[in-house]
Design a protein. Structure first.
Length: 110
């Protein structure tokens, strides 16, 4: 669900203060994207929205959600946005976000 090695590497690469800023921006941006998927995904923008969401997810180790986004992005890019079920993406994000926030401090302790 979460690639904690990726999270730790990013934390070590950019430092605690910048990591906090990146995390805040990540949660804000991904939250906006997920809210669009949750409420009213625009079929014409679905591939782009999933691509944007996936980029942020990969950077912070949300591997499972990223994979779901990639699958949906491929379908939407092929002109089949109606075949993309956003419910599992939203649920996986919510679960991963909850786990991430609950375990982050513990995982980054050395």
């Amino acid at each position: 669900m979460i690639d904690w090695a990726r999270v730790s590497d990013l934390h070590d690469e950019i430092g605690r203060d910048l990591f906090s800023e990146v995390l805040e921006l990540f949660l804000e941006e991904t939250g906006r994207c997920v809210d669009l998927l949750r409420t009213a995904p625009d079929p014409d923008q679905l591939a782009m929205n999933l691509h944007s969401l996936r980029g942020g997810l990969v950077n912070l180790g949300f591997t499972e959600v990223s994979t779901l986004c990639e699958r949906g992005e491929v379908l939407a890019s092929m002109g089949q946005p109606d075949r993309v079920d956003t419910t599992p993406i939203v649920q996986a994000y919510d679960d991963a976000r909850r786990t991430f926030l609950a375990e982050l401090d513990h995982r980054l302790q050395r």
